[in-house]
Design a protein around this ligand. Structure first.
Ligand code: FES
Length: 152
């Protein structure tokens, strides 16, 4: 099942979100279930913006409800559709460059429905067209710096 934030927001707004806390919790649970058992931080921001409510409210709910978990890492989604894969071997580049210690989540997703503008990727949910290795290096630099900075 593909998760659509737009559809989820529309559905849970009809259920009373953001004023009804049970609707908010159900929305957060659905986001979590669709993303491997933890809620990506960037989707908390998107949900807050879509519901015209404060991100802090959603974060407080996540902290308060034991079964909800926040995934506080960046996420790189590469289009693995046939057109994007044909145009660039970005998946190979990512595997060779970052491997298992990427410092961010790497996901391969089906066609992003922007084939004419590919290769495409999303970084923390934001779509980038005509992606290349330089763009990936630029986007991931912050995440890599964070994970390689020695702790005090
Ligand atoms: S194959 Fe990548 S957007 Fe369609």
């Amino acid at each position: 099942m593909n998760f659509s934030m737009e559809e989820a927001l529309s559905y849970y707004q009809k259920q009373g979100a953001p004023n009804d806390q049970s609707a908010l919790i159900a929305l957060l649970t659905e986001i979590q279930d669709a993303h491997g058992g933890a809620i990506p931080a960037y989707l908390v921001s998107q949900a807050a913006e879509g519901l015209k409510t404060k991100e802090a409210l959603l974060l407080a709910l996540i902290r308060r409800i034991p079964r909800l978990r926040l995934k506080d890492t960046h996420c790189l989604e590469l289009c693995a559709g046939p057109n994007c894969s044909k145009r660039a071997a970005l998946a190979d580049f990512v595997e060779k460059t970052y491997g298992k210690d990427a410092g961010f989540e790497i996901r391969y997703v089906p066609c992003m429905r922007q084939c004419g503008k590919g290769p495409n990727l999303r970084w923390d949910g934001k779509l980038y067209n005509r992606a290349d290795e330089a763009l990936i290096r630029e986007l991931t630099a912050v995440a890599r710096k964070k994970t390689t900075t020695p702790s005090k």
